[in-house]
Design a protein. Structure first.
Length: 69
């Protein structure tokens, strides 16, 4: 079992949740609910891993809050 960190945003134009795994080419999807997005990302990652372990292009580090005045 592998754990992946997904970044999730909500598109203001469509209202859809959009998610991707940083550094994992092709590991992105969308859904109308967070549950649907989770299922879709799981399916995409499972399919991508059928080709073997992914060559991660980067590693998720975290988020940062910036105050701009």
């Amino acid at each position: 079992m592998r754990l992946f960190t997904a970044v999730i945003e909500r598109c203001p134009e469509t209202g859809l949740y959009v998610g991707y795994v940083p550094g994992f080419p092709g590991a992105h999807s969308q859904g109308s609910t967070l549950d649907e997005l989770h299922e879709n990302l799981h399916e995409v990652i499972t399919m991508l891993m059928e080709d073997g372990e992914p060559a991660m292009e980067s590693q998720f580090v975290g988020t940062q809050t910036l105050q701009v005045t």
